[in-house]
Every structure is written in C-alpha cells, then in structure tokens.
Design a protein around this ligand. Structure first.
Ligand code: GDP
Ligand code: IMO
Ligand code: MG
Length: 422
C-alpha cells in the first residue's frame, strides 16, 4: 500500500487526528485536502494534549512532510498561531511543513459574515464561525484570494478589491457591523503572508513527485461524510467535499488512485451544530455518553449531541467514499454500560431502509434498533471479551468491510491493530 485516505464516516470528531498521527509513523507525507480551522483534531502524546486545526496531524513525526493542500481554506492568523503552539513540541520549518500556493485564504470579512449570518440569518446551520462557507463561496465564485496573493502587496490589494466592496456593503449596511477597509485588510494579510511565506510552495508538484518515487502518502480528511456538501445532510453540512472525491480535487493523486480508504468511526454517533440525527439520545444514556466520552467540540467547545451507532448511515458513508475498512474508536466509552444498541435499519412511511440515501429526510426516519450483549473490557489483555468480539463481528458482517483498528483510549498506545496498514 502506498496511499491511504483517512476519512470521517459520521459527522466529524471520530478520532481522525489520533489515527492519522499514529499511522504517520510509517508515512512520508500527510496531506490535508479540504476544510479549514473548523476542524479540531486531537492528539495525546505522553499525557500532553495537542489540538490541530490546520496543521496536518503528521507534524509530530519529524521525518514526515505535512502538506496543506490547495483544497483547504486557510486562515493565516490561525495558522501562524498554531505553528507557534506546535513549536512547543517539535521543530517546524519548510522541511516538514508546506502550504500550497493555491490554497484559498479566509479573510476577516469571511469570518464576520459567517458569524452575522448565524446570528441574524434565516437558517441557522450551527457553523464553527470560522468563515469557512463564505471563503468557499468566493473561491467557487472566482473572486477568492489565494496564499500566493499574500506575497505581493499590489496583487493582494487588487484581488481583495474584487470581493471587498460587496462584503463591506453587506457587513456595514445589512448587518450593521464595522469591518476593516480594503487597505487595512491588505496590510494585515500582507504581514501574515511575510510570516508564512517560508512554507509556501508548489505542493502539488512535490506530492506528484513523491508519489512517482513510491513515497507513502496519507490523506487526512477533516469533518465527516455526513457533513459533505453533496452527500451530507444538506443544508446542515460544511462547504467542502469531505468524502474521497475531495482528495482528487483538493490534493491530487496518481492516476486518480488511492489504495485504501480507512473510515474513522466512533462506536456511537455524535454531532455538533444543527441538523437531523436519527439515533440521537435525549435521555440519561445520551447524557452518560456525552459526559464519559468528554464529547465537547475541540474547536468551539460546544457540547456534542450523542446517540447510538447508525448502520444505515455507515452503509451510505461506505458508498460515498469507497471505504475499504474502518477504525472503530472510543470503544472504552461503551465498555461497562448496561445496555448496548445499534440502529440496523430505518422505517419511513411504512418502508424499511437498510441504507440512507442522498436527500433522504433524516428528521422523519424511525430507527430500528438491535439490542446487543453489553461488553466490559479492560483492553489491557490481548484478547477481546466474547461480547466485544461479537459486537465487532456484527459490525463487520453488517457493513461488509473489516474493522482494521479498535481504539480504546485517546493515547497513541490505546489501540489494537486487527489489520495492517502500510
Ligand atoms: P477528530 O476531529 O476526528 O480528529 O476527533 P476529535 O479530536 O475532534 O475528537 C475525538 C476525541 O476523542 C478526542 O478528544 C480524542 O482525544 C478522543 N479519542 C480518540 N480516540 C479515542 C478512543 O478510542 N477512546 C477515547 N476515550 N477517546 C478517544
Ligand atoms: P473535524 O475535522 C464536527 C460542523 C459544524 C456545523 C457544520 C458547518 O474536527 O471532525 P462550518 O464551520 O464548517 O461551516 O460548519 O459542520 N463541523 C464539524 N463538526 N467536526 C468537525 O471537524 C467539523 N467541522 C465543521 O459544527 O454543524
Ligand atoms: Mg474534531
């Protein structure tokens, strides 16, 4: 295996950061290919917690080159703050961190518009408020600023001018919010460009060259399949392609191929922000999972909504990203509970659905649950208890792909490989 994609199979926060960090030990390059600092990827090393938002989760391994691909939207101030923070743990230079010169930039106006729409708009999505949607709108609308523009003040000014007038009008006249002038935003972004220019380069070329030379590449997804702008629970989604397709446009591959696709899957389901969630638990079991699982957003600090594992959604995610195996995380949180359920199908308008479909109104489906024998594992011994093994066997049988990794704690070491990667 030369290339492996790590993709969230639910609504994000499945443990992608932890698994990417772990597998980076054997990789040469780790690439983020979509999303921005709406992501929060947590890694625990020797009792220290590191949360990465934009910097790829391979960064803690000095041999590994971490690339921010052109499909990402980058907030330069947040990026530089993160670099300073990560430098407390590891040396960072252009040898181990690179940003594509074509990566889109999040401006101060994007962030303000995101926040204003959430506060005053007709539909509240429950975004992270980081300006992700407005920045992608400008990119697709062909009036975005790219990282390369930050390095030339005149070019930056003229690119900003193309988009700024309507943004400033919107902010000041519609929302009554003060914002930076074009000149002030040019100055701010140019200064930030000077700080990050050592990392800027032809990331696509570097990646292509590495792939041709047989280097091992990990593609690190952000968010999850159900937040994908096309496949997800629209409009309660993010503004990028979080599924396998995002890699092809947001980073690049050889002959369009990714060898294996690992779907990171929490042993239950969580969601932050608005939108339908068929297996959401509003009772003490949901509260228990939220508390025991520490289910609080790594980017916004919001409480995550919790519910049982949802197989119809997972079958759909497998189709959306051609997943070849899954990593089941947070098994320790279910361990010792008195009840254990999985949703095996939906009922809607008298029909049974084994797989969620695009555009299905998930707020109307009724989950059909299967009760399983609860497990109580200490995870220290090499053997899994029969009940946990039965739980994993059932998931494999129902999904038709192997569980390659079982994770039972936030630390790198709290993991069992049931299949080998790289
Ligand atoms: P990501 O966005 O997919 O990288 O996931 P987050 O970092 O937002 O959220 C996952 C949370 O679960 C983090 O706090 C991780 O430290 C933690 N975590 C990951 N795997 C496990 C696990 O197997 N057990 C427990 N208890 N925590 C885990
Ligand atoms: P990681 O990579 C969980 C959610 C937000 C909101 C919706 C749109 O850590 O798994 P946005 O700011 O992207 O416009 O918000 O998407 N969301 C996430 N939820 N994990 C994430 O990333 C998320 N990134 C965005 O809560 O519902
Ligand atoms: Mg997260």
């Amino acid at each position: 295996m030369q290339t492996l994609a790590i993709i969230g199979s639910q609504w994000g926060d499945e443990g992608k950061g932890k698994i990417t960090d772990l597998l980076s030990q054997k990789a040469d390059i780790v690439v983020r290919y979509q999303g921005g600092n709406n992501a929060g990827h947590t890694i625990w090393v020797d009792g220290k917690k590191i949360v990465l938002h934009l910097v790829p989760s391979g960064i803690l391994h000095p041999h590994c080159l971490s690339i921010v691909g052109h499909g990402v939207v980058l907030e330069p101030e947040a990026f530089m703050k993160e670099v300073i923070n990560v430098r407390n743990h590891i040396d960072i230079s252009k040898k181990n961190l690179m940003i594509s010169e074509n990566t889109a930039v999040i401006t101060s106006w994007h962030k303000q518009i995101d926040a204003a729409r959430e506060g005053q708009g007709a539909v509240k999505i429950g975004t992270t408020g980081k300006g992700i949607g407005p920045a992608y709108e400008d990119k697709i609308g062909r009036k975005g600023v790219r990282v390369r523009d930050l390095l030339n003040k005149d070019q930056l000014h003229s690119r900003l001018k193309q988009t700024a007038e309507e943004k400033i009008f919107l902010l000041e006249k519609k929302y009554g919010i003060e914002c930076l002038s074009i000149d002030a935003e040019t100055e701010r972004l140019f200064q930030l460009g000077q700080e990050l220019k050592e990392f800027v380069g032809d990331a696509f070329g570097v990646l292509q060259d590495a792939l041709v030379r047989g280097k091992k590449v990990l593609y690190e997804g952000a968010q999850g399949a159900l937040l994908d702008v096309d496949y997800g629970t629209y409009p309660y989604v993010t503004s990028s392609s979080t599924t396998l397709a995002g890699i092809h446009t947001g980073a690049g591959t050889l002959k369009g191929q990714v060898n294996e696709v690992l779907g990171i899957t929490k042993a239950y389901t969580t969601r932050v922000g608005e939108g339908p969630f068929p297996t959401e638990l509003f009772d003490e079991i949901g509260a228990y999972i939220q508390k025991t699982g520490g289910e609080v957003g790594a980017t916004t600090g919001r409480i995550r909504r919790c519910g049982w594992l949802d197989l119809p959604l997972l079958r759909y995610s497998i189709q959306c990203s051609s997943l070849t195996s899954i990593a089941l995380t947070k098994l320790d949180i279910l361990s010792g509970m008195d009840v254990l359920k999985v949703c095996e199908a939906y009922e809607c308008d008298g029909k049974i659905f084994k797989t969620a479909r695009p555009g299905m109104d998930l707020s109307r489906v009724k989950p059909i649950y299967r009760d399983l024998k609860p497990f109580k594992d200490d995870f220290i011994s090499d053997q899994l208890t029969p009940n946990l093994q039965a739980y994993i066997d059932l998931i494999e049988k129902e999904l038709g792909i192997p569980v390659g990794i079982a994770a039972f704690g936030p630390d790198r070491k709290q993991i069992k490989f049931l299949k080998s990667y790289f």
